[in-house]
Write a protein that binds this ligand. Structure first.
Ligand code: PLP
Length: 380
């Protein structure tokens, strides 16, 4: 493993001739070492791109893309169900720096089309949506963005992880310009590393992002890179295992009267199910609990007759599901959310109630199901 801040050069001539922008010129730890170059190459391959930049967290990947591609007077469009801290960045620093934003309805492509103007420079996509897991019509959203040549399209690829679909080839001739990925989740897989990546296919775009990356000093630690390199070879197996367990538990939840809705894109009545099928390989007819690919997340809507205190009691009563943020690690997690504080308006496809999101880990499904069952006894 190559760990360094300082890199020794054999001669002044070598020092002067090495160019930090190219991987052949290993110059200073902040710009990476052969160890991080290896992870960058593997992530580009995983996501179907050509170049990767590593950053200290998934959120800094989002920030890097926005700070690099937006300037005063520009506008960025975000889906209303975007990852929460990304919304906070738009409402905080971006706004302070004269960059405006609008939130579009990810399930209504016409709403996106109406909001694109000459000032729009960046459109963020997220599939499935954060917390509520709607799957948008990615090909249609991309077609709308492509009709405006000044618009760059970025996708938060954390849910799909490069495994559920190829963001750079979503439909023939149609792909995003860049992906931001919280490596904290599935690529790390351990719940013990924070890291993010920005993957691109276009060299000029990569260089623009790389310049910003350098100027902001967004280097990563090589011990963390090594941890992700060790986990990455098992990502496909782990992703499939999380997916399988999540669908079995979500299916079990369908029969529980406490829940008015179970939100998982592979389920036929989930918002955007047809779009998920088209992009993630689900097929109708066969067993919908096995077809296609999805992450190990699902949410339930506790029927509105349950007070939020009862929902809190349910979450507190869970033993295997731990209360905690993030996902993609071995331990199952649960978080209750107050959607009213998170969305511009209550999404039309959601019933009233209190939402709880589960991230399914790698424990035995039977044990997780028993845990849900015992905790539900605390609700009534
Ligand atoms: C977790 C997450 C992020 C941010 O990742 P961090 O490494 O925690 O900063 C971004 N987007 C999505 C969809 C996430 O789930």
């Amino acid at each position: 493993m190559f760990k360094a801040s300082t890199v020794f050069f054999p001669s002044v001539a070598a020092m002067r001739s090495r160019e930090w922008k190219h991987k052949t010129g290993y110059t200073y730890g902040l710009h990476g070492t052969p160890t991080s170059y290896l992870l960058e190459e593997r992530l580009a391959t995983l996501e179907g791109g050509l170049q990767t930049l590593l950053v200290p967290s998934g959120l800094s990947a989002i920030a890097l893309a926005s700070l690099s591609l937006l300037a005063q007077g520009d506008e960025v469009l975000l889906p209303d169900n975007v990852y929460g801290p990304s919304k906070a960045l738009a409402e905080g620093e971006l706004k302070d720096w004269g960059i405006s934003h609008q939130f579009y309805d990810p399930m209504d492509p016409r709403d996106l089309a109406r909001r694109i103007t000459d000032r729009t420079r960046l459109v963020w996509l997220e599939a499935a949506g954060s917390v509520t897991l709607e799957f948008p019509d990615l090909p249609e959203l991309l077609r709308i963005c492509r009709a405006a040549p000044q618009v760059r399209v970025a996708l938060d690829n954390t849910w799909g992880a490069g495994l559920a679909f190829n963001a750079f080839d979503i439909a023939p001739g149609l792909g995003v310009d860049l992906t931001a990925h919280a490596l904290t989740k599935y690529p790390s897989g351990g719940g013990d590393v924070l890291m993010g990546s920005v993957v691109t296919r276009d060299e000029a775009l990569h260089l623009r992002l790389k310049n910003t990356h350098m100027r902001l000093g967004l280097g990563v630690g090589m011990n963390d890179v090594e941890a992700v390199l060790r986990s990455l070879p098992s990502i496909a197996l782990r992703y499939a295992a999380h997916d399988r367990s999540a669908r079995r538990l979500a299916r079990w939840c369908l029969d529980r009267t406490e829940f008015s809705q179970v939100l998982h894109p592979a389920f036929p009545d989930a918002p955007g199910h047809a779009h998920w099928k088209a992009v993630c390989g689900g097929s109708s007819g066969a067993d919908q609990t096995l077809e296609g690919r999805a992450a190990g997340l699902f949410s339930v809507m506790f029927d509105a007759r349950h007070a939020s205190a009862q929902v809190d009691a349910f979450c507190d009563a869970l033993r295997l599901f731990k209360l905690g943020y993030s996902w993609g690690g071995p331990v199952s997690l649960v978080v209750p959310y107050d959607l009213n504080t998170m969305r511009e308006r209550w999404p039309a496809h959601l019933k009233p109630g209190t939402l709880v999101r589960f991230s399914v880990g790698l424990e035995a499904v039977e044990d997780l199901q028993a845990d849900l069952e015992q905790a539900l006894r605390h609700v009534s």
